[in-house]
Design a protein around this ligand. Structure first.
Ligand SMILES: C[S@@+](CC[C@H](N)C(=O)[O-])C[C@H]1O[C@@H](n2cnc3c(N)ncnc32)[C@H](O)[C@@H]1O
Ligand code: SF4
Ligand code: SF4
Length: 243
C-alpha cells in the first residue's frame, strides 16, 4: 500500500455545510510532530505528501518543521487549504522550507484571489484549485441539499491503485471518505514500513455502496493519469528548486 493523504490535523476553522468534518465525532486534534516524522518511513504515493484529510493544515503549529522534514527526505509536501489563515509572508517561509505545492479550496470568496496572488508572487510554484463547482455528498455522510450523489458501480482508485489515508490518530483509513474511521485498518505503527508496503487494500464497507469515487476502469485510469500529470508538474518544480 501507499499513503495517498495524511491528516496533519483534524481541527478546522470553517464549518462548510457540504463537508462531514464539522459533525465528525472523531477527536479533533493535531498529529504531533514526532508522530508525523515517524510516518515518513512509510511509502507515499508518488513521493507526494498531501497533508490534509478532514481538517485545516494551516492550523498546525509545526507546519514549517513538517515541510522541512519532508523536504529533507526528498518528498514533495503540500496541502489543500481553505486559505482563511493564509498570509504571503508565512507562505514564503513554507516555500523556503521546501513546500512543493498548495491547493486552494474555494470555500470563501477571497480564496479565488489567493490563486492569482500566489501565481504572481511565485510564478513557478504549483498552485492547484478545488473549485467546488460540483459538490459530492461524501458517500451519504452529508445531507445538505446542494450536494450530489453520483455513485457508479465500479471500483475506486484506493482499491485499484492500493492507496490508503492516515488519520490524525495515525490509523490507516481505507480511503479519503471514511471521516469517522469506522473501517480503520489499524494503527499505522503496528506494521513495519515493509509490511505496510506489502499489504493490499481491498476493503469494502457500508459507505462503498453509495460512494461517488466508484467508477469504471477507463474513468479511473483517466483520473489516475490526471493525478500523474499533476505529480509530474510538482516534481518538475521541486527538482528545479534543488538545481
Ligand atoms: C475536507 S477538505 C480538507 C482540507 C481543507 N480544509 C480544505 O478545505 O481545502 C479536502 C478537500 O475536499 C474538498 N471538498 C470538501 N467538501 C467537498 C465536497 N462536498 N465535494 C467536493 N470536494 C469537497 C475541499 O475543497 C478540499 O480540497
Ligand atoms: S471542507 Fe475543509 S475548510 Fe471546509 S469544513 Fe471541511 S475541512 Fe474545513
Ligand atoms: S468509500 Fe469505498 S468505494 Fe468509496 S473511496 Fe472509500 S473504499 Fe473506495
Amino acid at each position: 500500500m501507499e499513503i495517498y493523504a495524511i491528516e496533519l490535523t483534524s481541527r478546522c476553522n470553517l464549518r462548510c455545510h457540504y463537508c462531514p468534518q464539522p459533525s465528525m465525532q472523531r477527536a479533533k486534534e493535531d498529529m504531533p510532530l514526532e508522530v508525523f516524522e515517524k510516518t515518513l518511513d512509510y511509502p507515499f504515493w508518488k513521493d507526494v505528501v498531501a497533508g490534509h484529510l478532514f481538517g485545516e493544515a494551516l492550523l498546525h503549529p509545526d507546519l514549517i518543521d513538517i515541510t522541512r522534514l519532508c523536504h529533507e527526505r526528498g518528498l514533495a509536501f503540500g496541502f489543500s487549504t481553505n486559505a482563511v489563515l493564509l498570509e504571503m509572508d508565512y507562505l514564503k517561509k513554507l516555500i523556503d522550507a521546501g513546500l512543493a505545492w498548495i491547493m486552494i479550496s474555494f470555500h470563501i470568496p477571497r480564496a479565488k484571489d489567493w490563486v492569482e496572488a500566489i501565481q504572481k508572487a511565485f510564478p513557478k510554484f504549483p498552485v492547484l484549485s478545488s473549485t467546488l463547482e460540483i459538490k459530492h455528498d461524501w458517500a451519504g455522510q452529508v445531507t445538505s441539499r446542494r450536494v450530489v450523489n453520483y455513485a457508479n458501480l465500479g471500483d475506486c482508485i484506493f482499491h485499484t491503485y492500493n492507496l490508503v489515508s492516515i488519520s490524525a490518530q495515525a490509523e490507516i483509513l481505507p480511503c479519503c471518505i471514511d471521516v469517522e474511521a469506522r473501517q480503520s485498518m489499524g494503527p499505522l505503527f503496528d506494521l513495519t514500513p515493509e509490511a505496510f508496503a506489502a499489504k493490499e487494500n481491498k476493503v469494502w464497507f457500508d459507505l462503498c455502496a453509495q460512494c461517488h469515487m466508484r467508477d469504471n476502469p477507463e474513468n479511473l485510469d483517466a483520473l489516475y493519469a490526471a493525478y500523474q500529470a499533476m505529480g509530474d508538474k510538482i516534481h518538475r518544480y521541486y527538482k528545479s528548486t534543488a538545481d
